[in-house]
Design a protein around this ligand. Structure first.
Ligand SMILES: [Zn+2]
Length: 309
């Protein structure tokens, strides 16, 4: 299929900009996918194959966030099997079904694995005010309670946080300021960031990096493209959020899907091509973008550095 990488030893495909071709070939250029759900059902047993294909394209490392207690062990094992890293946390879209006991189990898992060099953050946590039911009482309050409790656990175990931000930036920032008051600056990533310039600056001021992925490949994403062009290079980390957030070349409209065209599957191997789009938007060489974003990822998630050598 078109999303698969070239077989090992094959020449890079022709076409596209020079930067694009170099990025897809991999070579000496290394990328970090700071957010990919390699344990997702969509990948089934293919995760190791897709991961190997991504490596051929230059994806040196993947960060695999958890979404609920039930997948903690899966992400941990996958990270160890694949030589990648993982985060433990309860995603806002899984809070509705979560119980208070899940926070106790997260605390216990963080305590148990705190010496694991591959456990790099508490995540994926945050607030989702896009889904209408989650914006209203009592789920709104439950989301905020779980988010805040998990921020406190990140403080307790001195781990960065990987944040899910969807129509919730100001509220996320409020809790970060309150929970972090008087302490060390936060470390972490506002993943799939798509807020205003002011919100971007506020996350950066608190110590966060901003995660950019396939959404920037859509020409109509004007504010997001403006952001990725104008934030300081030190602010940017890259991600696919696979299997979600397909770049435009994998995206099919509802009409196309109704007519039988399947949605292309996003995967970590798409990262170099997404990165080439960002490099072009910033008028940067892909090599320069790769080096900067790798450095930034290690600043956001300090345990990564030891895993990259
Ligand atoms: Zn995610």
């Amino acid at each position: 299929m078109s999303t698969a990488g070239p077989p090992q030893g094959a020449k890079a495909p022709l076409g596209g900009s020079e930067a694009h071709t170099v990025a897809e070939r991999g070579g000496d250029i290394h990328w970090i996918d700071t957010h990919c759900h390699l344990d997702a059902q969509e990948f089934e047993a293919l995760a190791p194959v897709l991961r190997a294909q991504a490596a051929i394209k230059g994806v040196a490392h993947c960060v695999i966030p958890a979404v609920e207690v039930a997948n903690f062990e899966a992400v941990r094992q996958l990270a160890h099997t694949l030589g990648d890293s993982y985060c433990l946390g309860i995603h806002p879209l899984y809070v509705a079904q979560a119980t208070e006991d899940d926070l106790v189990r997260l605390d216990a898992a963080l305590a148990h694995h705190q010496g694991d060099p591959r456990l790099v953050a508490v995540g994926e946590i945050g607030l989702d005010f896009f889904v209408p039911a989650l914006c209203q009482s009592p789920l709104r309050e439950k989301q905020e309670h779980f988010y805040r409790a998990q921020l406190q656990l990140a403080r307790k175990y001195q781990l960065p946080v990987v944040l899910h931000v969807r129509r919730s930036a100001d509220r996320l920032l409020k809790h970060l300021r309150e929970v972090g008051k008087g302490g060390a600056p936060w470390l972490g990533i506002a993943h799939a960031f798509n807020g205003s310039d002011v919100q971007a600056q506020a996350f950066l001021a608190l110590g966060f990096k901003l995660g950019f992925g396939g959404a920037v490949t859509f020409e109509r994403a004007a504010q997001l493209r403006h952001l990725v062009q104008t934030v300081p290079l030190e602010a940017i980390v890259l991600e696919t959020d696979s299997p979600d957030m397909p770049p435009h070349w994998l995206y099919t409209t509802a009409g196309q899907r109704a007519a039988g065209t399947a949605q292309g599957r996003n995967e970590p191997g798409e990262l170099p091509r997404i990165a080439a789009v960002i490099a072009e938007l910033r008028a940067l060489g892909v090599n320069e973008l790769a080096q900067a974003t790798t450095h930034n990822a290690c600043e956001a998630l300090p345990k990564l550095a030891a895993l990259l050598v």
